[in-house]
Design a protein. Structure first.
Lengths: 182, 164
């Protein structure tokens, strides 16, 4: 995996994304790059080339945005133990599981609900910030996208479980079995 | 994107106006491109003003780039006090208001806002079709989170694997 301190604007997008998994989300959110085939990029392109192709003259500004978004992502994350303590004192927290139904039925954190269209509509209809929302995924790879989705809809009390349910199994509740997708 | 525009977008993003669902809205419009992950929904509430039906309040929810959110924020302020016809006559560059002319790669962000507005403001029959679209478009974003669900996911417990 590429290390953060070895990544530069001249690095390929593959290296950038390895070091900053949220880079695509950051690029799309501000510059509309990387959302679909039309605005996408090749993993072999350098960040500099991607900027040039999209009319962004200041590659350093884009680079700073990626790094700053990475720091913001870190602030959205909540440690498993911190969440366990928070749950013990705040019963209003909504745990939203964004994994597949099969995974949810195999193992889930008590009190969590599976993401579904009605659930999503209920959360959005509930208003902006009535209840804290914590997103749970398998290993922390997809939760931030879901968190960004809800934050994009104006919800500000959104967190994402660092490492997903896998980290929860290891650090909080070992009775929940760990798994892989076959 | 030039620095001045970026600054204006940053200002609009720092304090976005009219974000979130509007309870008791008279109309709702949604426009979206699920492939890009962009979606913008707009709610409108009317009031009577000297015999005219004008927009009392407009709000939006958006998933998309910051420019779309900034334009929506400005546009929902701009259309207050206007009739539906007056609001519909606004061009996308007018909706962008003080952001000024948008660069070519950002014009579609303003068009997204214009599309949501049209979806919400067009006559009742238009609104009904927009609502239908809304319910079919919004889940498509959800689908992106749920992609593995349709693929027949198989869960293999690690401890059973070790025992095996």
């Amino acid at each position: 995996m590429a290390m953060i301190d070895t990544i530069y604007p001249q690095s390929t997008m593959r290296e950038v994304l390895e070091a900053y998994p949220g880079a695509q989300r950051a690029l799309f959110r501000r510059y509309h790059i990387g959302g679909c085939n039309q605005c996408g990029f090749q993993q072999t392109e350098t960040l500099e080339q991607v900027c040039q192709r999209n009319g962004l003259s200041n590659v350093n500004e884009v680079w700073e945005h990626i790094k700053s978004s990475h720091d913001q992502d870190a602030k959205i994350l909540i440690e498993p133990k911190e969440l366990a303590e928070w749950l013990a004192r705040d019963k209003t927290i909504r745990l939203l599981d964004v994994r597949s139904r099969e995974e949810y039925e195999a193992v889930h954190i008590e009190g969590s609900v599976l993401m579904s269209q009605p659930t999503m509509q209920e959360i959005l209809a509930e208003g902006t910030n009535t209840r804290p929302l914590v997103i749970i995924d398998h290993q922390g790879g997809q939760g931030l996208d879901a968190a960004a989705y809800f934050m994009g809809h104006g919800l500000s009390r959104v967190r994402c479980l660092r490492g997903g349910i896998d980290a929860w199994s290891q650090e909080v509740d070992s009775k929940l079995p760990r798994y892989r997708l076959g | 994107m030039n620095q001045k525009l970026q600054q204006k977008i940053a200002e609009a993003m720092a304090n976005p106006q009219n974000m979130g669902e509007l309870p008791g809205a008279d109309a709702v419009g949604t426009v979206g491109n699920s492939q890009c992950g962009e979606m913008l929904r707009m709610w409108i509430k009317y009031k009577e003003d000297r015999g005219r039906k004008v927009i009392d309040q407009a709000t939006f929810q958006s998933f998309g780039c910051e420019t779309a959110i900034a334009v929506a924020s400005l546009a929902t302020e701009l259309i207050k006090g206007k009739t539906a016809e007056e609001a519909l006559s606004l061009k996308s560059e007018e909706l962008a208001g003080e952001l000024g002319p948008l660069p070519p790669m950002k014009i579609h962000c303003a068009e997204l806002v214009q599309g949501a507005l049209r979806s919400a403001l067009e006559p009742e029959t238009g609104n009904k079709s927009a609502a239908t679209n809304a319910s079919s478009q919004a889940p498509s974003l959800l689908d992106s989170f749920n992609q593995p669900k349709s693929g027949g996911v198989k869960v293999v417990f690690l401890d059973q694997e070790k025992q095996g």
